[in-house]
Design a protein around this ligand. Structure first.
Ligand SMILES: *Cc1c(COP(=O)(O)O)cnc(C)c1O
Length: 415
């Protein structure tokens, strides 16, 4: 195994720019904002070339120079493969869009892209001697925390809103986390974690309240750039909850430009939310730099049911700097789009991934996205984790099979 080199120089408050020393356990900055990891990008760029990458394993640790883990022995692995970019025939056939690609993050360990962030956060926690970690979750982050902590021999505590999908709660518990449901939303579960630090000594691993998850999510941007031959797409639609992935990709693009691997062209970053929980969309439309708390948040896409995001100003800054926007879709559109794409082209999107597809349909018709643009949709988790409509056709083998009834022809009515 390789000895990881790292080029981290310091961490930086995302609000004030104040520097903090590297190789230290942190939550937020003194002003209560996320900390961003900074690297010696000249040295990083000199240490690695695009050609070197080609011979590395097809996993996101191939970008180890861009990541903060110092010692290879601390890297916690569960098989973090590179995720495929799958061309969508559906968008070609229904909207004559030739260049829509689905980045299928459901192939990652624990079935979601939360594995990227938690693989790096747990590796760093191991490196820094953490013995107990805790987080609030709508499901997928908790599953990734549980799995990586169990792999690393770290104890984990996970708190879920009581209506978190059953499969998520069970997978979290089954993978070794002490798992609790609470009668509140994710921000209230976050309060349990924050207030428990004194009494329990656990490390608060909430979204953006520790600086290393975002570095893991950053690999989505690095990977996308590499897969597209270091030419970024025109538009990225990202289902936005806490926004780690969007902020992380934006950071990746900055770092890649700084080392000269890409030019200054950026994709328009589009934050997709559900109508029942759209704080970023509201703030974007009102021209604000921070989002207000969203009351009575509800949506079938649990991963984006985040009524308040601590990195809201970073999400909003990235979408504005990219000339992108934020848009919301209804649960009905999400679920219908999910079902159509599954039936028409065999891609089982999660509802959050389907939200990006529904948003694309909406924004092509609004004219904010052109049909010939190169568009990336993020499918962030495997659709298998979510409830699906019942399939209850039955064959009674005590009588002869009636093949005429059995073969049904599906018409083109549902394109
Ligand atoms: C967490 C999650 C999201 C939101 O990701 P953020 O980077 O936190 O905004 C979207 N979809 C799924 C399936 C998720 O688990």
């Amino acid at each position: 195994m390789f000895e990881a080199e790292t080029f981290v120089t310091h961490l930086e408050c995302s609000e004030t720019g104040k520097h903090y020393p590297p190789d230290t356990l942190y939550n937020l900055s003194e002003t209560g904002k996320p900390l961003l990891v900074r690297y010696d990008l000249d040295a990083l760029g000199a240490s690695i070339s695009k050609e070197t990458l080609v011979n590395r394993l097809p996993e996101f640790w191939r970008y180890r120079e861009f990541l903060p883990v110092r010692k290879a022995a601390n890297i916690v692995r569960l098989g973090e493969l590179m995720t495929p970019l799958i061309p969508s025939n559906y968008f070609q056939e229904t909207l004559e869009m030739p260049s829509v690609l689905v980045k299928d993050e459901g192939r990652l360990p624990t079935g979601s892209f939360k594995a990227r962030g938690l693989a790096v956060a747990v590796s760093m926690a191991k490196e820094l001697g953490v013995k107990r970690m805790a987080m609030p979750t709508n499901g997928n982050a908790g599953a990734a925390l549980a799995a990586y902590c169990s792999r690393a021999g770290i104890e984990s505590y996970v708190f879920c809103p009581d209506d978190t999908p059953e499969i998520n709660v069970r997978e979290i518990a089954f993978q070794g986390a002490h798992t609790f449901r609470a009668n509140g939303l994710i921000n209230e579960c976050g309060r349990i974690v924050g207030e428990g630090i004194q009494a329990t000594g656990w490390f608060d691993t909430s979204t953006l309240k520790e600086p290393y998850r975002i570095e893991g999510k950053k690999t989505m941007g690095l990977e996308l750039a590499e897969q597209l031959g270091w030419q970024l797409p025109d538009v990225i639609l990202y289902p936005t909850g806490g926004g780690t992935g969007l902020i992380g990709m934006w950071k990746a693009f900055e770092e890649l430009e700084a080392i000269g691997w890409i030019d200054s062209k950026r994709p328009r970053m589009v934050a997709v939310q559900a109508e029942g929980c759209a704080p970023i969309v509201k703030a974007f439309e009102e021209g604000k730099s921070h989002a207000e708390f969203w009351d009575n948040a509800h949506t079938a896409a649990a991963g984006i049911r985040v009524p308040a995001a601590i990195g809201d100003f970073l999400i909003l800054a990235a979408i504005r700097a990219s000339d992108g926007f934020a848009t919301a879709v209804s649960d009905q559109d999400i679920l219908e789009t999910q079902s159509r794409i599954a039936r028409r082209e065999g891609l089982l999107l999660c509802p959050e991934g389907a939200a990006t597809a529904a948003a694309l349909i909406k924004e092509v018709s609004s004219g904010r996205i052109d049909k010939d643009e190169k568009v990336i949709l993020f499918n962030c988790a495997t659709g298998l984790k979510y409830p699906m409509p019942q399939a209850d056709e039955f064959i009674d083998l005590t009588s002869p099979v009636n093949y005429d009834n059995l073969v049904k022809v599906y018409g083109p009515e549902d394109s």
